[in-house]
Design a protein around this ligand. Structure first.
Ligand code: COA
Length: 167
């Protein structure tokens, strides 16, 4: 390969809000790459609970818990993910795979991104078994109904969800 890969990777998502499952993927990526850029985007199919700015704040606060947080950057992006990845000189996109049910959608996304830019690959990481059942939606649903979510999300997220849902 003629180009030097700087080992910067993009971890994109809606992060509405960030959960312990996402944190698990960031920790795993830190072992493999030099810099992780958590890229907060918008999925037009989803109506977010937190604004992009709130999600940025939550991710920034959450990663402060990590000993190597100086190697994690957090940014909001818009437009095509591959364009953002190129702008950041990233060598790959990281996505978490929780179950076989994630695979079809993730494969479609990865292949579309490859079609849009052949130079950026997608790498899948599997979170710890204890977070496999987590999703941002299931957290929001439980929090809305006053369920205990403290051990499933970073401390700041639990605090903000409680404020948002008044419990
Ligand atoms: N732990 C917990 N939850 C996890 C997880 C993990 N390790 N990995 C995935 N998830 C959950 C997320 O919480 C989310 O849950 P939700 O559906 O309840 O919100 C779900 O899995 C997957 O969503 P997310 O990771 O947020 O991705 P997405 O499918 O909403 O895509 C973008 C978001 C921003 C990456 C995508 O829309 C995008 O790339 N947009 C830019 C435009 C573009 O380039 N599109 C692609 C080509 S056209």
């Amino acid at each position: 390969m003629s180009k030097i890969c700087k080992k910067i990777v993009i971890y994109p998502g809606t992060f509405d809000p960030i959960t312990n499952g996402h944190m698990d993927i960031i920790k795993r990526a830190l072992k493999l790459f030099d810099t992780i850029i958590v890229a907060i985007g918008e999925n037009p199919a989803k109506k977010a609970l937190f604004s992009k700015e709130e999600r940025l704040f939550l991710v920034k606060e959450a990663i402060k818990e990590l000993p190597e947080h100086d190697r994690v950057e957090v940014e909001i992006f818009s437009g095509l993910l591959v364009d953002f990845a190129k702008k950041k000189s990233a060598c790959a996109i990281i996505r978490g795979l929780r179950a076989v049910s994630d695979f079809e959608y993730e494969m479609q996304l990865a292949l579309m991104n490859r079609k849009l830019s052949n130079s950026i690959d997608t790498i899948f990481l599997i979170p710890s078994l204890k977070w496999i059942f987590l999703s941002s939606s299931i957290i929001k649903e439980a929090a809305k109904l006053g369920g205990k979510i403290d051990d499933l999300v970073p401390t700041i997220v639990a605090k903000k969800l409680k404020e948002r849902f008044n419990f």
